[in-house]
Design a protein around this ligand. Sequence first.
Ligand code: WAQ
Ligand code: MG
Ligand code: MG
Ligand code: MG
Length: 258
Amino acid sequence: MSKGDFYSVRMRASEDGAHELGGKHISGGELISTYDNLKNAVNVLLEKALTHSRGTPDFLQIQFELIDKPITKLRPLPIGTNEVESVKEGHSIAQSLLEIAGVPRKCIEKAFEQITENSGLRGAILFDIRSSVRIDNRNEKGVRVSRMDWLTTNFDKWSDHHKITPSLRVKEALVLATKVSQHPATVAELCWSDDPEYITGYVAGKKIGYQRITRLKEYGDERGCRIFFVDGLSDLHAYIEYLEKQPIFVEWEEENVT
Ligand code: WAQ
Ligand code: MG
Ligand code: MG
Ligand code: MG
């Protein structure tokens, strides 16, 4: 262990048994930590799982591992907020944004038809925009994006500048969306939480940035959604490798205001 080393720390928690034994997904989390901060990092993830609105976990796993690659820095996607009155209006705006981002109408319709059946996952599904079918072979697991973070001090400056109440949730979502959208094969992302009390979701993409939509599901609904719309995926394995393994730090610079 040397001074400049970073560690990937990951957590998953479920109820009524481990995920692989059919348990209900409660909470997951991933962050990057220095060696000296590991105790705190593990605690942040433990706290997240133990106080979760989806339930009380009876299975929890936290692991850390040394990151053996240089960490790429990315600027956060520009953020926008779309205020809507109803879920119906929210979905309609989400569909328009996906179309602007480059997802064909037919593919958007197909994806929305399958949202309910794909809602119990702990990861994301990959949806091909040409064939309009799900192409990851991860079943009820999905693909979990990992090895990404944003220093709290820098995130707090960003939140302050954008007049957004800082929260772990917004930080995690914008970090993930920034990492995912940066890959050339990603066309867009659609997301809303599986936490019953959180109804704001987003559509993200290179062209449109991170577009929050204030209502994408009803309060109390435990069905979430996370779909990555992808194009030109000749190498699915390399794409998933990027999502799971490429280390990313998001960093905002006040001068280049976005
Ligand atoms: N990698 C892949 N999929 C993930 C990951 C990940 N690291 N984390 C979560 N998911 C999937 C998984 O299927 C979850 O069920 C689903 O996404 C929702 O996750 O106000 O809180 O963490 O700007 O519940 C977006 C809006 C909040 C934030 C999204 O999602 C805002 C949210 P949650
Ligand atoms: Mg419970
Ligand atoms: Mg999350
Ligand atoms: Mg959740």
